[in-house]
Write a protein that binds this ligand. Structure first.
Ligand code: UGA
Length: 450
């Protein structure tokens, strides 16, 4: 099939590349000329394991190309994916200016070129319920008719950063939201090769598809948050959240995944989507109280280690104290630092005067950019270390903020010997409490006895 992907951000680039890998002819469009130039010259612009191989092959075999010209991509396309940013507007609602702007441009081009034929326009971005209808209106404003010249489909994306390629190539399910039989058939044909293992393609109306995306992310965020509160309580009563997780995760109604307690969820999706669903509910006159609790608890969870650190280091004033941080990304296998708990911890420590030395295998540049945009405030400082060992060296305390695999099996004797004080605060429960005590650390984690 001929595919156009508008927007070469995370979802667009992964989706476009994977559609090309599956044998489709894909043209990706972006208004950012320097990004398109990079992509055209064969440089992948995001860090995502496994993407480069497919990207290189797609380009080499002429199935994947990039342009800044929407018309060039639109003309041959059977299916047009809108993978555009929907950043939160000031009031917390999703800002649809890019999605609706491109819908308007597409409407103009299709009206001026009737010989380009029928197109399926697909909302791939996470958009509020009702957006598909608004996209239809934006295109119809140019004298075109849904069902005749085009159809709009809501096709939410469930991929996770870090395993995005795998998630895209072998999705557990594909959700297609459309009332149009014709568009539904085209989308089903497009996705069939991705679900050969028998996973379902679920066709439904647009609104339900849009809601499915928010419901999934909000439920997952709620699951993590629930476990974080169980962990906080475990700390108080002397229970072990790891054991509780195993105890409940074997119940198939609960499931064993997404039950890992830690210093909160981050990323570009969960916080934004929980907020957006909460807001949608409020606009409809319904107060979704659970979601507000999820947001509040998660905010607090990010700083749950801070009072423990200050208590161990002799008080609120951390002047003269050096603190090592392992991990800056919001989770492993990504350089994404949006809403990263590590950043919140660093802000709190620097505000109290600490000298923070941080290491992350991928997320130093993105962290530098984030703190340039919103500078750290306080008398302390932040420097970046060359390695995990360097970040621990000379530190009064070490904080594990992201569970990168390389942090799981370090030479802990070397770590302890290099530290000023053998204090470890493990925000991701990567170490075994008993072993850490045997190795001579004073060790504190989330919801497990030390
Ligand atoms: C999430 C969803 O998992 C995807 O299905 C969805 O497509 C995506 O959002 C999106 O809306 O685009 P992602 O944000 O990449 O994907 O990250 P996750 O792997 O889901 O992790 C989210 C956060 O939860 C991370 O900060 C992670 O550390 C935290 N987490 C996850 C926990 O604290 N405990 C867990 O048990 C699992």
């Amino acid at each position: 099939m001929n595919i156009a992907v508008v927007g070469t951000g995370y979802v667009g680039l992964v989706g476009g590349t994977c559609f090309a890998e599956m044998g489709n002819q894909v043209i990706c469009v972006d208004i950012d000329e320097s990004k398109v130039a990079k992509l055209q010259s064969g440089t992948v612009t995001i860090y995502e394991p496994g993407l480069e191989v497919y990207f290189d092959r797609g380009i080499r075999e002429n199935r994947l190309s990039f342009t800044t010209d929407l018309a060039e991509a639109l003309e041959p396309a059977d299916v047009v994916f809108l993978a555009l940013p929907t950043p939160p507007a000031e009031d917390g609602s999703a800002d649809l200016q890019y999605v609706l702007g491109v819908a308007d441009d597409i409407g103009k081009l299709l009206a001026a070129n009737p010989d380009w034929g029928y197109k399926v326009l697909v909302d791939k971005s996470t958009v509020p319920v009702g957006t598909a209808r608004r996209v239809i209106e934006a295109v119809e404003a140019h004298g075109l008719k849904a069902g005749e010249h085009f159809d709009v489909v809501s096709n939410p994306e469930f991929l996770r950063e870090g395993v995005a390629v795998e998630d895209f190539m072998k999705p557990e399910r594909v959700v297609i939201g459309t009332d149009s039989e014709r568009a539904g058939e085209i989308m089903t044909r497009l996705y069939e090769p991705f679900v050969r293992s028998g996973n379902p393609i679920i066709v439904m109306d647009e609104e339900s598809a849009e809601m499915t995306k928010y419901a999934a992310n909000s439920l997952l965020a709620t699951k993590i948050t629930f476990m974080n509160e169980i962990a906080n309580l475990c700390d108080l009563v002397g229970a072990d959240v790891d054991k509780v997780r195993r105890g409940i995760g074997t119940d198939s109604r609960i499931g064993s995944k997404f039950l890992y307690a830690g210093i909160g969820f981050g990323g570009s999706c969960f916080p934004k989507d929980v907020q957006a669903l909460h807001r949608t509910a409020r606009e409809e006159g319904y107060e979704f109280r659970m979601l507000q609790a999820v947001l509040d608890v998660n905010d607090d969870q990010k700083t749950v280690l801070v009072p423990r650190i200050t208590a161990a280091l002799g008080g609120e004033d951390l002047t003269g104290k050096t603190i090592g941080i392992w991990g800056l990304a919001f989770k492993p296998h990504t350089d994404d630092v949006r809403e990263a708990p590590a950043h919140v911890v660093i802000r709190e420590l620097v505000a109290r005067g600490a000298s923070v030395q941080a290491f992350d295998p991928e997320a130093v540049e993105t962290t530098q950019a984030a703190f340039e945009h919103t500078p750290l405030e306080g008398p302390g400082s932040l420097t970046y270390s060359e390695s995990a060992y360097a970040a621990a060296s000379g530190a009064d305390a070490l904080v594990v903020a992201t569970e990168w695999p390389e942090f799981r099996r370090p030479d802990l004797d070397r770590v302890r010997e290099s530290m000023k004080q053998p204090l470890v605060f493990d925000g991701r429960n990567v170490f075994d409490s008993k072993r850490m005590a045997e190795l001579g650390f004073t060790y504190s984690s989330i919801g497990r006895p030390s």
